[in-house]
Design a protein around this ligand. Structure first.
Ligand code: NDP
Length: 404
């Protein structure tokens, strides 16, 4: 029987687990394990009510390789889908090496004490994955994930050479709170308060946080202020897209979010090092996470759409060509299907698709890989079937950004 072991029981997991249940022909047996078993049971109970599929649940500390190894040996999954936090990537990968089971995740490794994410330590496991004859698929969310697949599709099917890529992430959803994050607050705030970085002519260029702002006109959403951030897919795309001269990443933020974030940063609430409070050690950003709305609770209140895509310029048959490949996802539609808002939905659906392609053997090689290392069409076809349909706009390559 084809078993999947899913680790983590937050917003992304709820969507990934629901979508696995909706693809029961591939995921014949689903086991959901996390630090707090009650959260797994809650997701399992909702899926039983909505889709009449049984999900088994378990407790595991995913920082502990021995506990993970015992659980994997007991469950005997064909693949492990890691939708816990980036801090657990290495321990879960190590447990997969020990037990010779394929591994999929959605975010690259980050050490809890340093707000710096990079693939180095995960790529370094390539030899051990090859020796164990298993596959590691890194970053199978939306960004990273689908954005890498869009770039790979452009390289494999639309262009002879790609010169410029702008990855655009617009969330035009409104949850009614003055300040909340759409996925894990700690990970989200560490990412957006860090320095920006983009790649041009073979060099990384660093910017101050939120220093570069552009207004992009997102199809089906409209114009939005968008800020340049460093984002993890840039690291692998720079290596894998031929002819690339520049790649940047932009994300939209509303004024209320930015004002709150600046204020929290100024008073030290985004700190990741322990401070003394009444004799006890506390980490400010962890305390802030406790105060902020749980992203999973935003589902029923969020209205509006996301638009995430890749604005790509290059050459085809000797002529300049430009496209915008994108998906639009509606928060309320996502909630109806999975009881989660679109940010969790757009991550959880590709997480399931990555696991599906690995379990079906359609994306299968020994070693550790990023999403653009495979034939993009198989993934693009699944996106259309599984709730994240995409569109391609052909744009005038001689006009400056004219997305509509
Ligand atoms: P949540 O905080 O909602 O959920 C994380 C889950 O992981 C929680 O259930 C938590 O347990 C569990 N967990 C944390 N530590 C451990 C541990 N040591 N052992 C076992 N379980 C643990 O996060 P999200 O669902 O919002 O995000 C999940 C992942 O998706 C993150 O890695 C995030 O970076 C990534 N992501 C990727 C995106 C993409 O497009 N690629 C976009 C958005 C998110 P508990 O319930 O006890 O707290």
């Amino acid at each position: 029987m084809n078993t999947i072991l899913i680790i983590g029981a937050g917003g992304v997991s709820r969507v990934a687990t629901t979508k696995c249940a909706m693809n029961k022909d591939v995921f014949e047996n689903i086991v959901l394990a996390s630090r707090t078993k009650a959260r797994c049971d809650e997701i399992a109970s909702d899926i039983k009510k909505m889709y009449n599929v049984d999900i088994k649940t378990a407790q595991v500390d995913a920082d502990n390789v021995d506990e993970l190894t015992n659980l994997i040996n007991e469950v005997k999954p064909k693949a492990v889908l890691n939708v816990a936090l980036p801090y657990q990537d290495l321990s879960i990968m190590d447990a997969c090496i020990k037990t010779k089971v394929d591994y999929i995740d959605t975010a690259n490794y980050e050490h809890p004490d340093e707000a710096k994410f990079e693939y180095k330590l995960q790529w370094a496991k390539d030899d051990e994955f090859k020796k164990a004859n298993i596959m590691g698929l890194l970053g199978s969310g939306f960004d990273p994930g689908v954005t890498n697949v869009f770039c790979a599709y452009a390289q494999q099917y639309l262009f002879d050479e790609i010169n410029e890529i702008d990855i655009l992430d617009c969330n035009a959803g409104d949850h009614g709170y003055a300040f909340a994050t759409n996925f894990n607050p700690e990970i989200n705030l560490r990412e957006v308060s860090s320095k920006g970085r983009y790649w041009e002519n073979g060099k990384w260029i660093e910017t101050e946080p939120m220093e570069i702002k552009m207004v992009w006109d997102y199809p089906e959403v409209g114009p939005k202020d968008s800020y340049l951030l460093y984002h993890e897919e840039l690291e692998s795309l720079v290596q894998n897209i031929k002819g690339l001269k520049r790649i940047r990443f932009f994300m939209t933020f509303g004024q209320s979010y930015l004002t709150h974030m600046k204020c929290l940063e100024n008073v030290g609430m985004l700190g990741i090092k322990p401070i003394k409070h009444k004799g006890a050690d506390i980490i400010p950003i962890e305390f802030l996470k406790t105060l902020l709305p749980d992203p999973a609770s935003l589902g029923p209140r969020t209205k509006g759409k996301t638009n995430i895509g890749c604005f790509i310029t290059g050459l085809k048959d000797g002529k300049k060509k430009r496209v915008y490949i994108y998906n639009v996802c509606d928060h309320e539609e996502a909630y109806k299907e999975t009881l989660s808002q679109a940010v969790s939905y757009t991550t959880g659906v590709p997480a399931m698709i990555g696991a599906k392609l690995v379990m079906e053997g359609k994306w299968k090689k020994s070693g550790v890989y990023n999403m653009e290392n495979f034939d993009a069409k198989a993934f693009m076809d699944e996106l259309n079937k599984q709730g994240l349909p995409w569109k391609i706009l052909e744009l005038d390559p001689n006009k400056d950004f004219e997305i509509r």
